[in-house]
Design a protein around this ligand. Structure first.
Ligand code: PEP
Ligand code: MG
Length: 847
């Protein structure tokens, strides 16, 4: 019988009260939990320190019977990275009951953890507990529970003697995967990253296959779908903790999946493109699937993909390994450059390629081939092709489509080995319509966007990364046309109508002329709008309205300036580091912000503090699961609960030059106390940096509470910016990402309009600017209403600026004011929309 004593003072509770499914579900074993009131962990029994990670947030002790007890200080404390914890002993040390093991800063840990509730569990298999302490106060050294001796001699794994320095621990748990899309690239990356951070070696098994958990490709190759069983096995130091980490990663992936963060799939591209030939009932017309809408006429242009030659025999293992290492290092640098130059989609996709490049599964299998005497190129191709074959054998189209990404990374490395690089620019004729069987992401990003009119593919995947990139680049794209596409002669004039899903392979001269007229009219209109957009914007009666852009990258900033943006009204800073596993440093943030400020060429930059939580999870800031994330730790609430991250970001923002160009914006505000807390940090940093004057500070109006107390907020801030996306969600109680509610989540609902009107009117009274940066600002029907309420700054996606400026120029303020007032009393968004339409017909409020 082994006795386990309380490691500190506190409140004893059953494991069910631990807010973490891994512990509450006893996945790591049975035990009790204590909510600590003292910050020193004492040994709960005599034994040897079996695990003590560097972060010192947990410790396990192996007792004389081989029984293992794990003390995990708080929940989700691994993310503190050791901050607030000090180990007093080393792994392998023998300790006596009551000896100090870890000291921790109760306050600091409490602020950074999801909960301080500390599970004390027996991780040895089959342990039977008795004499458990009842819930209530407990003092350090008092008995917590006893473990049946027979059971305690059957630990989780075959245990070598305690004295053995190579003592091996094993742990394993099975789980049914609940992820909607199974273990696709994103959760695989998440698991792999967490696995790399554990000392134990972790193996994942499913469908009779096994993989090293550090390999993204390996995890995807398991082909795990929703409802499949996944076995997590860990071996070595900290094995139980490693299993817990994998479970935490799966839970995190589920939250990210349900939040749909990141790349979105083009709405119309819902079916995977099949290989069948497709000819429509109309002669000369091929049919396909719309991946990106649009219309184009141009010259059929093929790009040939040349197979890169590699010789099979190598010149010695060491030489070939060095060659492969060098090539991978070159490709890494290059991909990082390409990633950093792009928008959100490009960053995420190239980020996934970087993961593949360092994938241990791929590298191990390449090294095996090198060791067998093969050249680096032959080995790399062998390794990637092996993984591609596995992915292609899976019956999940999303995973099959990732094979393209592997082909891409294969080509990058083979070219680097040959001393070449994938061309950053592939030549194209004017008005090229690119025809190919399929296209790789790097091939698309290498094409000259200005010459590329459309893309048509015989194959292609609806959810492929290349389709997502094309959508971001606004290139019409048709996929799944089938082998008949190969018969279209190179250089032939063709028409792609992606909206209708057709390709005219031999249009008549009349049809070509008509298509050219249509394209020319569309281009002329957008060119005229763009040309006019560089001018400042006034309504018909001369009222000045500023049009800003919402940005997520330097590339966005350059596009915004080209489109006539007068500044940035919303920099979504959380998007800049969305694919990072670790928090960006102050320098990294400053570099990113400065680059955007430079791209804006002296125009103002409204930089929003990180807006994390709810629908915007971040890899480097895993948040605990919440029953209702949209109403939980979001925006400024998350920032205030992570003071170090907030401070680092504010310092970086305040160092951007020239001083005064950056204005700060606080997301998801509910009351003035949040503003005061942020303001205090800003003032402290201002003093540290010796800054003259106070930085301009604004609050977002995204909650009904903020809209209704706008007057009070305006006493603390210099401006307000209305985030209509969240304001609509919280006013109508409709999830902004809910597909079935999408039509009804309309910011022109009179209830939302009343809140916007309230905030705008508080701004007028205070004489301070009220802007709108939510999606409603780009809704041309909404524009006269917003201006009628007194909004004088609108911030929209760069591409929407020319049309928005044109709309504003057609409006008269007196009409807008009248229209806005009448809309307030209407019963529904639909009636608001028809009133605006009617008023346009009458010449009031529309051009
Ligand atoms: C909004 O909520 O309207 C807004 C601009 O913020 P985000 O869309 O980034 O949540
Ligand atoms: Mg928002």
């Amino acid at each position: 019988m082994q006795k386990i004593f309380a490691p500190f003072d506190g409140w004893c509770a059953p494991l069910d009260e631990v807010p973490d499914e891994v512990f509450a579900g006893r996945m790591l074993g049975d035990g009790l939990a204590i909510d600590p009131t003292s910050g020193v962990v004492l040994a709960p029994c005599d034994g040897e320190i079996a695990t003590l990670p560097e972060s010192a947030h947990a410790v396990s002790i192996r007792g004389p019977d081989g029984l293992e007890v794990l003390i995990h200080i708080g929940i989700d404390t691994v993310r503190l990275g050791g901050k607030g914890f000090d180990a007093c002993v080393k792994p392998g040390a023998r300790v006596q009951r009551g000896e100090e093991l870890i000291r921790f800063d109760l306050d600091l840990v409490a602020r950074g953890a999801k909960s301080l509730m500390t599970p004390i569990v027996i991780t040895s298999d089959g342990a039977v507990m008795s004499n458990r302490r009842a819930p209530g106060p407990v003092r350090a050294g008092e008995l917590l529970f006893e473990v049946d001796g027979a059971a305690s001699r059957r630990p989780l794994s075959p245990q070598p003697p305690l004295s053995s320095p190579q003592s091996v621990a094993r742990a394993e748990r099975a789980v049914v995967v609940a992820l909607l899309q199974g273990l696709h690239a994103r959760p695989a990356a998440l698991l792999a990253r967490r696995a790399k951070g554990t000392a134990a070696s972790v193996t994942l098994r499913a469908h009779g296959r096994a993989t090293d958990a550090r390999s993204v490709v390996g995890i995807m190759s398991l082909g795990v779908r929703r409802g499949d069983e996944l076995l997590v096995q860990a071996e070595g130091e900290g094995a139980p903790l490693a299993v817990a980490e994998m479970f935490a990663a799966l839970a995190e992936a589920e939250r990210m999946d349900s939040a749909h963060v990141g790349v979105s799939i083009p709405a119309a591209a819902t079916a995977a493109a099949g290989p069948a030939a497709r000819r429509s009932a109309h002669p000369g017309e091929l049919t396909g699937i719309r991946a990106v809408p649009g219309f184009a006429v141009g010259r059929a242009t093929r790009i040939e993909r040349r197979e890169i030659e590699v010789s099979e025999p190598g010149c010695g293992e060491i030489h070939e390994q060095e060659e492969l290492e060098r090539a991978r290092a070159n490709v890494r640098l290059r991909l990082e450059r390409i990633r950093n130059a792009g928008g959100v989609e490009r960053r995420q996709i190239i980020g996934a390629h970087l993961e593949f490049l360092d994938d241990p599964g791929l590298n191990d299998s390449a090294n095996e081939l090198i060791a067998a005497g093969k050249s680096a190129g032959f080995a790399w191709r062998g390794a990637t092709r092996r993984s591609i074959a596995t992915l292609q054998s899976l019956d999940d189209s999303r995973l099959r489509e990732r094979a393209d990404d592997l082909l891409d990374i294969e080509a990058h490395v083979l070219l680097a080995l040959a001393g070449e690089a994938r061309p950053l620019h592939l030549p194209l004729p004017e008005q090229a319509i690119l025809l190919a069987d399929d296209l790789l992401p790097s091939e698309l990003t290498a094409l000259d966007r200005r010459r590329l009119a459309a893309i048509a593919l015989s194959g292609g995947g609806a959810t492929s990364h290349v389709a997502i990139l094309a959508a971001a680049m606004e290139i019409p794209m048709l996929i799944g046309i089938g082998p008949l596409l190969r018969e279209v002669p190179d250089g032939q004039t063709i028409i792609v109508d992606a909206d209708k899903g057709t390709l005219h392979e031999a249009p008549s001269a009349d049809a070509v002329a008509q298509a050219k007229t249509l394209v020319a009219a569309r281009l002329a209109r957008s060119a005229a709008l763009r040309a006019a957009a560089v001018e400042e914007c006034r309504s018909l009666d001369g009222t000045r309205v500023e049009v800003f852009a919402n940005l997520g990258s330097t590339a966005d900033a350059l596009a915004a300036v080209e489109n006539g943006a007068e500044g940035c009204g919303l920099l979504r800073t959380e998007f800049l580091f969305i694919d990072r596993a670790t928090a960006p440093t102050e320098d990294e943030q400053l570099t990113a912000y400065q680059s955007i400020a430079d791209a804006l060429g002296g125009r103002p930059l409204i930089l929003r503090m990180m807006d994390v939580g709810g629908d915007k999870p971040l890899l480097y800031l895993p948040l605990p699961p919440e029953p209702n994330p949209a109403l939980g730790m979001r925006g400024v609430r998350t920032a205030l609960s992570h003071p170090d991250l907030m401070r680092t970001q504010l310092r970086a923002a305040m160092c951007v030059r020239p001083q005064g160009i950056v204005r700060l914006l606080i997301p998801m505000v509910t009351d003035v106390s949040e503003i005061a807390a942020v303001r205090k940090v800003i003032d402290d940093i201002g003093a540290e940096l010796n800054l003259q004057g106070r930085i301009s500070l604004g609050a977002m109006i995204e909650t009904p509470a903020a809209a209704l107390t706008a007057a009070a907020l305006l006493r603390e801030v210099d401006f307000l910016s209305i985030g209509s996306n969240d304001l609509t969600q919280y006013t109508l109680a409709m999830d902004r990402g809910h597909t079935d509610l999408a039509r009804r989540t309309d910011a022109l609902h009179p209830a939302v309009l009343q809140l916007i009107a309230a905030a705008a009117s508080a701004g007028k009274v205070a004489g301070k600017l009220v802007a709108v940066c939510g999606g409603v600002a780009a809704d041309l029907t909404a524009v006269p209403i917003l201006l009628g309420f007194g909004v004088r700054e609108l911030s929209v996606v760069p591409a929407a600026i020319p049309a928005l400026k044109s709309r504003i120029r057609s409006l008269r303020m007196a009409d807008c004011e009248k229209l806005a007032q009448s809309c307030l009393g209407l019963p529904s968004a639909a009636e608001v929309r028809s009133m605006v339409e009617r008023s346009a017909g009458e010449g009031g409020g529309r051009k």
